[in-house]
Design a protein around this ligand. Sequence first.
Ligand code: GLC
Length: 447
Amino acid sequence: MKVFIVKLIVVVALFTGINCKSYAQQKVDVKENEQKMQWFADAKLGIFIHWGIYAVQGTSESWAFHNKHILHKDYMQQIKGFTASKYNPEYWAELIKRTGARYCVITTKHHDGVALYDTKMNNLSIPARSPAKLDVLTPFYNALRKNNIKVGSYFSLIDWSYPDYPGFLKDSSRYDSKKDTIRWNKFLNFCHGQIKEITHQFNPDLIWFDGDWEHSAEEWRAPFIRKMILDNNPNTIINGRLQGYGDYDTPEQNFPVSRPNLKYWELCMTTNESWGYQPSDTIYKTPYEIITIFADAISMGGNLLLDIGPKEDGTIPAEQEYILNELGKWTSKHSEAIFNTVGGMPQGHFYGPSTLSKDSTTLYLFMQGKVNGNVMIKGLYDDIKEVTVVGSGKKLNHKIVGKISWSSVPGLVYIDVPQNVNDEYMTVIKVQLNKPIKLYKGKGGFN
Ligand code: GLC
């Protein structure tokens, strides 16, 4: 039996390790960071943009050549078709504003090495080599700032096109970075140079690294990168893909069931199944699915970074625009339950997502599906002043069930939700408490 259990543990450990990018242990002092992280914690929603030459043929971003679906030289030919001919950065910013998002992260360079801005570190960039001939980032960042949206720069540490980067195609590498340190340092110099360019030119509120998994913190010189960024602007937020030297966790596509380890976190997710524009990918999530996933993330104290992939000419696919607009309708109606709130009740008190006002006297309940009948809260000590529907302000009745007069254990709260108060996507109920929330954690019984 003992041997069996040991084997089982080993199998489970191996299984859960498979396909997981390993995240280094956190090296950042959370307490020190609290002030600079505040806007991020309040923001809840960000829009992610993957724009690059991969949109020309609709191949997968960078991975298409890395995984040998297309030759590197053919992949690179796409740069000749990147026109940005209908690019309207003001329109992008307005669309993002309409979603309610408070920040936006756009690719400055993906693993393919093609910079979207005018890099001086090499000449592989949209301004230098594409018919678009322009730095597409500056006008967009300006438009975002005009709309009061925080600015984020995605930057891939990996650069598979750079001749001195060890990695190139799947299952092969140009050299061993640990052995040929001169060559690795040449690459590092280039990589650090581009990070410096981005931080100095754009002064982003947030820098979103990707690809740290190919090398260790020591190899990337992660503490140096962090310092370089913070020396430029100590308020810059750094995402968690810097081998332990970032400020927040970034689960990707896979949905956390329990709260991620770091205090701050953000789920990044595509609207269909691709990061960049791929017309053959029609598996779009519905607005309902995106809204419920979003509610789930904020309920656990996280953010959602929702991705779109514009076409090479700068237009946004209609399906993506539809999702953003529907999401915007819902967030503007329910904004008080979303923005500037904190994560809600732990699981078990209410069967759905919830959030709390910062002073925790207002509880917001997010209803999954169409609710008609009673909704229940368990273990709530506080008295309820009023229950209303967010958006319409309609008052709802509630009653306390099973409160035993001689016991301090709270009764169950049943809220009567009639069908006609339902939102098109997700109804939110506001429960106004008489004081900050206090929850019963016991196992029932006498106290
Ligand atoms: C991944 C991929 C990449 C994508 C990113 C977004 O790690 O390498 O293609 O840009 O995630 O989170």
